[in-house]
Write a protein that binds this ligand. Structure first.
Ligand code: PMP
Length: 295
């Protein structure tokens, strides 16, 4: 990668880690991401404080420590944004154990923090084309096995396997059920459905990551007078939805235009919410002031 990076307090052109680090041996690390948008008052990160809060709470939940405070990491992300000269970009923050430790339970638990800023590479899928998805044969691990609320690198094995299967079958995305058989989420996106003018999304009990974009969309929908039900939902409810869309930092708000063999149109509620979301991230909404960190 030739993009601008930061590692443990220094701007670098290449961040590195030993092949025998605990991070590589056992995929033990947490990460988060954030998105930089162009606005009328310059570039701004969307809900950066919330992304950092989630990163630090993930570190806490797995018992890893860092010598950096959230304020120091925030300052570094903002500096990285400024230095990059980019107006539309994606930042990835990795926190991992860099020490060479050949045992599963690491004695040293202070992480190395590395971040990179890069323009987003689009897959060619647009809001109008939407994504083709299917219901995956792979399920989410139960909360009792792997807590889904933590962005732990190892959690993404199930996403990788599900995506691999989806791509082989000609789909862009996989929708995973939770360990009980209810609809959970896609590989790295939350799921919303519209039925008879009302929205539903799997609840946080359904082994999902409670996404920051999901939270933003729920608030925008409520403000627009739409009812959002957070509940367990069956595959049948998914298959009979009028509209389906995914939400995530990288994906933003993206319609599903095919579920298995069934085609779906990009519906009116999806369009209204996407327009409101675009207004927020580009600085033209009442929420922009509180949700944007300007460079
Ligand atoms: N679920 C999973 C498993 C994810 O990896 C992501 C991406 N972070 C999401 C949902 C969406 O979360 P957010 O809106 O915070 O990016």
């Amino acid at each position: 990668m030739t993009s601008l990076m930061w590692q443990d307090g220094r701007f670098v052109t290449d961040a590195s880690v030993s092949a025998f680090s605990h991070a590589v041996n056992y995929s033990c690390g947490v990460f988060d991401t954030a998105r930089l948008y162009p606005t009328t008052e310059g570039s701004a990160f969307f809900r950066l404080d919330d992304h950092l809060r989630r990163l630090f709470s993930a570190l806490d939940s797995v018992g890893f420590t860092t010598r950096f405070s959230p304020a120091q990491v925030k300052k570094a992300v903002v500096q990285l944004g400024r230095k990059s000269g980019l107006t539309s970009a994606y930042v990835r923050i990795n926190a991992f154990l860099p020490q060479e430790q050949l045992r599963v339970y690491p004695e040293k638990r202070q992480v190395s923090l590395a971040m990179v800023i890069a323009p987003l590479h689009y897959s060619g899928k647009t809001f109008e084309s939407g994504l083709m998805a299917h219901v995956s044969a792979f399920r989410k691990a139960s909360q009792a096995a792997i807590p889904s609320g933590i962005k732990f690198s190892a959690n993404y094995l199930q996403s990788y396997l599900a995506l691999r299967q989806a791509r082989a079958a000609g789909f862009d995305e996989a929708i995973l059920l939770d360990s009980r058989g209810f609809v959970a989420e896609a590989s790295a996106q939350n799921l919303f459905a519209v039925k008879n003018g009302n929205l539903w999304t799997p609840s946080v009990q359904s082994e999902i990551l409670p996404g920051i974009t999901r939270d933003s969309v729920i608030r925008l929908a409520n403000d627009l007078g739409m009812r959002v039900k957070e509940a367990d939902a069956s595959v049948k409810q998914l298959q009979t939805a009028d509209e389906l869309f995914l939400t995530g930092t990288a994906t933003e708000l993206m319609p599903i235009t095919r579920l298995g063999r069934r085609k779906l149109a990009v519906g009116p509620l999806t369009r209204t919410l996407k327009a409101a979301f675009d207004d927020v991230v580009h600085g033209c909404h009442g929420y922009s002031k509180k949700w944007l960190t300007y460079l």
